[in-house]
Design a protein. Structure first.
Length: 159
């Protein structure tokens, strides 16, 4: 049994259940069968519960722990540099998430992806730059225009 997988699965399922409970009063569908304010929260919360329980179930079924490889990629114990990188990504998210309301979704996410790819992961190539520009732009266009879900636009993209 992998304790980390079991713990992660159970915590993920609990967070999903709490989110689903919190979204219980939101309607799934609005007028003309258009997704309402509870559509995505309930679906995502349900997926968190299901996937968390699957991960916990897999952890309970496994008998032997995986051997730790030399580079720390697979196995129970991540390397020190892997833990530092993971913490750095969480810190970057904690810094850039509040900036979304100030400078807008696209600029904040471009900056965050650049920091993660160039600074933390050290992937300094053209594809990283393209990803940092296209992913936030594409998600903004998808949510703001295709789904009509308003996202903070900031000074660069007036509403």
């Amino acid at each position: 049994m992998h304790r980390m997988d079991l713990t992660t699965g159970l915590v993920t399922a609990a967070v999903g259940a709490a989110a689903f409970f919190d979204a219980r009063d939101l309607t799934m569908f609005g007028e003309n069968s258009v997704p309402g304010p509870g559509f995505f929260p309930k679906i995502l919360a349900g997926l968190l519960v299901v996937l968390g329980l699957i991960l916990a179930g897999i952890a309970l079924r496994e008998r032997e722990p995986e051997p730790v490889e030399a580079d720390g990629v697979a196995g129970e114990k991540p390397s020190r540099s892997g833990r530092i990188r993971a913490a750095a990504v969480l810190i970057a998210f904690g810094i850039f998430a509040p900036l979304v309301a100030v400078i807008g979704y696209v600029p904040a996410m471009v900056l965050m992806i650049l920091v993660v790819l160039y600074g933390i992961e050290r992937r300094r190539d053209f594809r990283s730059l393209v990803a940092a520009l296209l992913i936030p732009t594409a998600t903004y266009l998808l949510f703001a225009h295709a789904f009509s879900i308003p996202l903070p636009s900031g000074p660069l993209l007036p509403a």
